[in-house]
Design a protein around this ligand. Structure first.
Ligand code: E4P
Length: 217
């Protein structure tokens, strides 16, 4: 399973990248706004900076919701860097745009996916990635990881090539469960990635080893 970091914060991207396990970055308009990035030029420059920091797929989301607008914006985003993945919402014109981008060699990430039916449409349109939002599904009282397993089974039976990108991750446990359920990629906040490191027995064991090491010098 590939690891993406889900943020537009450059310090966090740098920290995750330095761990050596980062395969890409996802952003969305809310994450860009959180970093105070304002205006088209600033947004484009921010994506360029991220592309220069991380050698991997970088998702950049369109704001337009009509077919022509999505194409215009998507083409501009794709021109920033060869690693840009154009992120398109799961709406009718979004599906049409996904197909157009696929036919024209532009990689895509279909976002705001909450059902297996939507994931089938994204795959049929040739999306490179499909992003089920598992944390938001959990928040609404359903089981997000179960959706990952269901999509994984359907894609495997049908031979769809679209990669399942588990998004809206809330914890280290989510990452483990998504790996188990067949996600190809997990896009995670830095805290959830670092959460994978933690186990009390590791801390206790290391303290003991360091204590005993003193006896050997
Ligand atoms: C990433 O591609 C998604 O936009 C993101 O994971 C959504 O996460 P949230 O539900 O925490 O906003």
């Amino acid at each position: 399973m590939k690891f993406f970091i889900d943020t537009a914060n450059l310090a966090q991207i740098k920290e995750a990248n330095e761990l050596g396990i980062l395969d890409g970055v996802t952003t969305n308009p809310s994450l860009m706004a959180k970093e105070g990035i304002k205006g088209t030029e600033a947004v484009m420059n921010h994506y360029k900076t991220i592309c220069e920091m991380v050698d991997g797929d970088i998702s950049a989301e369109v704001i337009a919701t009509d077919f022509d607008g999505i194409l215009e914006e998507g083409k501009k985003l794709a021109a920033i860097h060869p690693n840009i993945i154009v992120k398109v919402p799961m709406i009718k014109d979004g599906v049409k745009a996904l197909k157009w981008f696929t036919d024209n060699g532009i990689k895509t990430n279909c976002t705001l996916v909450f059902s297996a039916g939507q994931a089938i449409l994204a795959a049929k349109a040739g999306a490179t990635y499909v992003s089920p939002f598992i944390g938001r599904i959990d928040d609404s009282g359903w089981d997000g990881v179960e959706l990952i397993a269901q999509i994984s089974q359907i894609y495997s039976i049908q031979g769809y090539k679209t990669q399942i990108l588990a998004a809206s991750i809330r914890s280290a446990l989510h990452i483990v469960k998504c790996a188990e359920a067949g996600a190809d990629v997990c896009t995670c906040p830095l805290d959830s990635i670092l959460g994978l490191l933690k186990h009390p027995l590791t801390d206790i064991g290391l303290a003991k080893f360091l204590e005993d090491a003193k006896k050997t010098v």
